[in-house]
Design a protein around this ligand. Structure first.
Ligand SMILES: Cc1ncc(COP(=O)(O)O)c(C=O)c1O
Length: 297
């Protein structure tokens, strides 16, 4: 069954301060964000009617734009409010929330000093990033050809659209070989992250995860570190070389979309879907759910 294209979903999209019908939320082909990747975005999830860690996401969106040299013309509180209103308007309690900000069409060259800064927020139903059955078995990852760039080469702390070019190439190459995703090394050849999620390993009852010095320090990553510490687990944030994967017992990915997803294979290395991965998966599920679920209007 062919999925409905994303430009043909139902409902309204919040665009520059007002709701517009889904099909009318359009941009012109001569948009700076499209040609020069002057665009930043967020990926958020609502559970039981509440957007998990909404303010952290809105703050990161504003900061991502600043790193790219532009100021979103709304405050963090206004962005939070617009996300919540869009969720309510769409009538979902469990959904994916996508704010995106970009430079418009007033100037069309590398320089875009006078371009309008636009902000849109779309909300749609989106159950699981990885196939739920595969998720419990552990997903398989290939090694990506591309590496996370040196922060001296690209604004790696920004959730900028341009940084996803190498992620899409890497994920497509992995999928063509039957894998669910790809693990990217960084420019120094150290383990970095998957194409849209952070990575953790387990060895001798302790967690190991790379230092996020050239890739996103995910909100889910930080949440899972807290949850692990609450369980009394030791979390080692450190440099991880790819050969070390031979000695790790378990592995999982974390991300707003991926949530906590166990990994069974990365290239030549195999992992068990073990107790710690399963426990943190369940702890994360409990953490994201508000104490009192908010009903859809
Ligand atoms: C490249 C990349 N790394 C990591 C993450 C995880 O970030 P978060 O947990 O904030 O969703 C994401 C998802 O946004 C991502 O796209």
């Amino acid at each position: 069954m062919a999925a409905v294209p994303f430009d043909q979903l139902d409902g309204d999209i919040w665009m520059n301060g007002a709701f517009v019908p889904w099909a009318d939320a359009k941009i012109h082909v001569l948009t700076h964000g499209l040609h020069y990747a002057s665009s930043v975005f967020e990926g958020e999830r609502a559970y039981g009617g509440r957007i998990f860690k909404l303010t952290e996401h809105s703050e990161r969106l504003v900061e991502s734009a600043r790193i790219l040299g532009f100021e979103i013309p709304y405050t963090v509180a206004e962005i939070d409010d617009a996300c919540n209103k869009t969720l309510v308007r769409q009538g979902f309690t469990d959904a994916y929330v996508r704010p995106v900000a970009w430079r418009g069409s007033e100037m069309m060259g590398v320089s875009a000093q006078k371009n309008r800064i636009n902000l849109a927020i779309a909300v749609w139903e989106w159950p699981s990033y990885f196939d739920p059955a595969e998720k419990l078995k552990g997903i398989r990852l290939d090694m990506a050809e591309y590496r996370r760039p040196d922060p001296a080469t690209a604004p790696s702390k920004s959730k900028a659209a341009g940084l996803y070019m190498i992620c899409t190439i890497s994920k497509h190459a992995a999928e063509a070989k039957g894998y669910a995703d790809a693990l990217m090394l960084d420019w120094r050849g150290r383990v970095a992250e998957a194409t849209g999620a952070n990575v953790f390993f387990v060895k001798d009852g302790e967690l190991h995860t790379p230092v996020p010095d050239c890739f996103l320090d995910g909100i889910t990553r930080r949440t899972v570190i807290d949850l692990a510490k609450r369980r009394g687990l030791t979390v080692n944030e450190r440099v991880i070389m790819p050969e070390e994967m031979a000695g790790f017992e378990q592995c999982f990915l974390t991300g707003t979309a991926a949530e906590v997803t166990p990994v069974s294979e990365i290239g030549p290395y195999s992992f068990a879907v073990g107790e710690i991965a399963r426990t943190l998966m369940a702890d994360y599920e409990a953490e994201v759910m508000p104490a009192t679920a908010v009903a859809a209007e």
